[in-house]
Ligand binder design. Structure first.
Ligand SMILES: Cc1cc2nc3c(=O)[nH]c(=O)nc-3n(C[C@H](O)[C@H](O)[C@H](O)COP(=O)(O)OP(=O)(O)OC[C@H]3O[C@@H](n4cnc5c(N)ncnc54)[C@H](O)[C@@H]3O)c2cc1C
Length: 490
């Protein structure tokens, strides 16, 4: 069979941040691309992160200089191409002698962080006295000095979404609720078996395949028996809690725990803080990762070490967990296991498959660029680089100032918010938690939203702030109509 008979140049399996990023990269550089996602876009690890676009100060302790440097450079790109979704955030490390790393070590780490960042749009790190607001906000009396360093935060699930949306606008087909069952080579192409949510199966032919199934990458790889991967994954569960605001400052806190780990306290939506995370070695489970009671108590205790008013168990508004799909590098400790990614490209001579393991949210764009270029050595025809300088959807133009009541809409959709509703009068029924009827329709029509979960916990976080009755009402409104949702269209 000639390559001209292929349906696609590349099929990307897995619609997390890395798969969505690669679909954007490949379609934007001229390849006919299909992105298949078994569930919803960003429904696994990529909506369960700490939501930081950061270098990862802590990784310096493990000598991951390449990764930190690349992450800091990517932070710059993402601040530029998605300013509505990636925003600067200051981190304060309170310091008490004898409680955590010595001051010289923190200072050295921050100096390296500055150096590895190179020319950055963010300010340099600095030392601080903590005897006045806002820097002493919420802290127990004790730490008199601290360190401040800049990083950035994002909305992880929406970052996935805008990458998938951009891929679609550049010609990629995006199929959610479509599982790849595996594939075989025939006539110089991959024949991939896909299974839709309705149980129907179909076959597509592609010149190449990229396995970006995150925690399932090894499992998926084994469904390609002619080119299975060798890399082993280590799944490390990380959990977060959301609690009412713990201090008035706008900065995040990096708290050193007595076990040598760190816990972030990050200002989040609607007067809350996001607190995380944990590290528990885990295994694939069809029910998905769940925060254990022990992890929730651990996070509360870690706050109690530093905060005047730590959260109480009954104040936990929401909690969630994700599996870090880490490359098993043989380290005994989960903390020390590398956060870097690894590629395995099938041997030369036949239709290639690229298995991708590991990777951070922060480095997704560069991972996608490298993955496309690795595949190009076998496929050819890849166009010039664009993703580092081309704005993502919602950032193509300055964001028009939203009228009162539409601020959350503008935060989610950037300059595209007027497409959802151009005035408060167009919002329609108030469904609670900051979600309105007009946005619900938009998310279904333009962003592949199908279920209440898609809308309430990924396209928005409205579900966290709704009553049970409000969540049920959204689910009722989303009940599928027969024949809805043609494949490949949002
Ligand atoms: C607790 C925690 C905190 C983190 N914090 C940060 C942070 O602050 N900053 C940062 O940079 N990184 C962070 N990370 C890391 C980051 O979240 C992950 O590295 C990243 O989200 C992985 O994305 P992915 O696309 O590889 O995998 P995933 O997001 O897991 O996506 C894989 C997708 O593949 C799909 N899939 C699987 N099998 C199939 C199949 N057969 N057919 C079709 N689809 C399939 C799944 O449904 C899933 O949607 C954190 C991770 C965790 C767990």
């Amino acid at each position: 069979m000639a390559a001209a008979e292929a349906d696609f140049d590349l099929v990307v399996v897995g619609g997390g941040i890395n798969g969505a990023g690669l679909a954007r990269e490949a379609s934007g550089r001229g390849w006919r691309t299909l992105l298949v996602e078994a569930a919803d876009l960003g429904s696994a690890t990529s909506s369960a992160s700490s939501k930081l676009i950061h270098g990862g100060l802590r990784y310096l302790e493990h000598g991951e200089f390449r990764l930190v440097r690349e992450s800091l450079h990517e932070r710059e790109h993402l601040l530029a191409i998605a300013p509505h979704l990636v925003r600067p955030l200051d981190f304060l490390i309170p310091h008490v002698p004898g409680a955590g790393r010595p001051a010289w070590m923190v200072r050295l780490g921050l100096l390296l962080y500055d150096l590895l960042a190179g020319r950055s749009r963010l300010p340099r790190t600095r030392g601080l006295r903590l005897d006045r607001p806002p820097w002493n906000a919420g802290l127990r009396p004790g730490p008199r000095r601290g360190f401040l360093y800049p990083d950035a935060r994002t909305d992880d699930a929406r970052l996935v979404l805008v990458n998938a949306r951009d891929a679609f606008e550049r010609g990629a087909e995006v199929r959610t609720r479509t599982r790849c069952l595996g594939g075989e080579r025939a006539g110089g192409l991959w024949r991939l078996r896909l299974c839709r949510a309705d149980g129907g199966e179909e076959e597509v032919r592609s010149r190449a395949v990229a396995n970006l199934a995150g925690p399932w990458a090894r499992q998926l790889g084994e469904a390609f028996p002619e080119a299975p991967p060798r890399t082993r994954l280590r799944l490390v569960r990380g959990s977060h809690i959301v609690v009412p605001r713990l201090h008035e400052g706008h900065h995040a806190l990096l708290l050193q725990n007595d076990d040598g780990r760190i816990v972030f306290v990050i200002p989040w939506l609607r007067e809350t803080h996001l607190v995380g995370t944990t590290e528990a070695v885990d295994r694939l489970d069809p029910a998905g990762p769940r925060p254990s009671e022990e992890e929730i108590q651990y996070l509360i205790r870690a706050c109690g070490r530093w905060l005047e008013r730590p959260p109480q168990r009954e104040e936990v508004i929401w909690s969630f967990a994700g599996w870090r799909p880490l490359v098993d590098d043989g380290h005994a400790s989960a903390s020390a296991t590398t956060r870097d990614y690894r590629f395995e490209l099938s041997p030369r001579g036949a239709a290639p498959i690229l298995h991708v393991f590991g990777g951070k949210l922060t480095t997704y764009r560069r991972l996608a660029e490298c993955a496309a270029e690795r595949l190009d050595r076998r496929l050819g025809g890849l166009g010039p680089r664009f993703s580092h300088r081309t704005p993502l959807p919602g950032a193509e133009a300055p964001v028009p100032a939203p009228p009162p009541g539409l601020e959350e809409l503008a935060a989610r959709h950037g300059c595209r918010w007027p497409r959802v509703a151009s005035s408060a009068a167009e919002l329609g029924a108030d469904l609670g938690g900051g979600l309105f009827e007009a946005e619900l329709h938009y998310l279904q029509a333009e962003e592949w939203a199908r279920t209440a979960e898609d809308v309430l916990y990924r396209r928005t976080k409205a579900g966290v702030f709704m009553s049970e009755a409000q969540r049920r009402e959204v689910a009722r409104r989303l009940a599928p109509e027969p024949g809805a949702g043609a494949p490949g269209r949002p």
